[in-house]
Every structure is written in C-alpha cells, then in structure tokens.
Design a protein around this ligand. Sequence first.
Ligand code: 5GP
Length: 114
Amino acid sequence: MTEESIFTKIINGDIPSDLLYQDEHCICIKDISPQAPIHVLLIPKKPIPRLVDATLEDQHILGHLMLKAGEIAEELGVADAFRVIVNNGANAGQTVFHLHLHLLAGQTFSEGMV
Ligand code: 5GP
C-alpha cells in the first residue's frame, strides 16, 4: 500500500491545519510556509500524486479545483490579482506528491512566470 501523503493526513484530520474551505471534492488550507502574504493550497481529497497522473476520470475534480480557486480568491478579496501554480515533479519543485494548487496573492508579482 502506498504511504499516505501529508495532505491525506490533513484531509483525514490526523494532522491539524488552518482549514479555510472544504467540500466533497477538496479542501483549502493555509500553506504552512507562505511564499506570499496570502498563500493557500487547494487539495483534492482524491490522492492524485501529480498533475500528470490525472486521467479523464479526474476531469471534474480538476475543473472543480480551478473554479474553487477563483471563488476562494474572491472570498479572500484578491480576485483582481492572484497566481495559481502547480508544481509537477521534484525538478519542478514538487515536494508533496499529492496534487495541489498554490494560490498566491497579496503582493505585486513581476511580469512573466517566475
Ligand atoms: P510543493 O512544493 O509540493 O508544490 O508544495 C507543497 C507545499 O505544501 C509547500 O508550499 C509547503 O509549505 C506545504 N506544506 C508542506 N507540509 C505542510 C503541512 O503540514 N501543512 C501545510 N498547511 N502546508 C504544508
């Protein structure tokens, strides 16, 4: 059996987190090590390891996460300026192998991607 990710432990309530939102498909928590004044994570309850591991079956979950990112940005008052980032693979900076969207806001970001 594959070991549970830290995010599955958070989803199951085995590890505490600053939970901002949850529904049947996902949770939204504050990142423990924020890289911007607002840095939250949208995490599907289904433990898809990386974006590239998602399949057609996950289409609804992926769409759901993107829609929720927009809604949560609205709720946080940052709908005018936020970034959504997915790191896929260790060399892209992924450290937790349970798919998640980073939502970053609250500062001015430079033009371009990084
Ligand atoms: P990655 O590097 O995989 O794209 O992002 C993983 C993110 O999860 C990092 O920004 C890291 O700070 C965050 N993180 C890791 N462990 C925990 C934890 O136990 N609780 C919370 N809230 N965030 C975590």
